[in-house]
Design a protein around this ligand. Structure first.
Ligand code: HEC
Length: 160
């Protein structure tokens, strides 16, 4: 009669090694974890644009983009669809070129983008003002415009 609970706990252990997709995502998928991660510059060792430049999008003037290694490799391979975990960070400089005012961020939560719904989108254009422009899965303003890119990535590749 002791066997049933034992089996039940073994099954639970088995489930524990296969967590829900977002829990095992390589990069932050919610703002509470993301903000300290961004502020710490955790992405700065990634492939990135060589200069701060005037952005082509609505991202508060001057920007510099960083791509996670898995996204960089996928763009290099000219993949139509990037793998889960593909992640991009845009540093936002406003009208200056030396001080990071804010960030735009997106990370892919599943193997398929599903119209941008399987990306987590985040933007804070000016940390000193505190207003967050986006924070969530499939944010419509972000995904609608980014749908024009290569699986939702807008930057020129190779990076300028
Ligand atoms: C009107 C179109 C448009 C909207 C809306 C938009 N973006 Fe962008 N975004 C762009 C363009 C164009 C670029 C690349 C050009 C540049 O600025 O260097 C870009 C670049 C980015 C990058 C750098 C990686 C890449 O794709 O090149 C991130 C991250 C990003 N956007 C996140 C967001 C988030 C989060 C939102 C929603 C708050 C958003 N974007 C809304 C047009 C848009």
């Amino acid at each position: 009669m002791r066997l049933a609970p034992l089996l039940a706990s073994l099954v639970l252990v088995g489930c524990g090694s296969d967590p829900a997709p977002t829990e095992s995502a390589p990069y932050p998928t919610d703002s509470a974890k993301l903000r300290p991660w961004l502020d710490a510059g955790s992405y700065q060792s990634w492939p990135h644009e060589s200069v701060v430049h005037l952005g082509d999008g609505p991202h508060n003037f001057n920007v510099k983009t960083y791509l996670s290694p898995e996204l960089d490799a996928s763009l290099k391979a000219k993949n139509k669809e990037h793998p889960r975990g593909a992640t991009m960070v845009k540093e936002i400089y406003g009208s200056g070129t030396t001080t990071v005012l804010g960030f735009a961020y997106a990370t892919k939560l599943a193997a398929t983008s599903s119209g941008g719904d399987n990306w987590y989108w985040y933007e804070i254009q000016d940390k000193s003002k505190g207003t967050v422009q986006a924070d969530g899965k499939g944010v419509s303003a972000c995904k609608l415009c980014h749908a024009g890119g290569t699986d939702f990535v807008q930057s020129q590749y190779p990076l300028r």
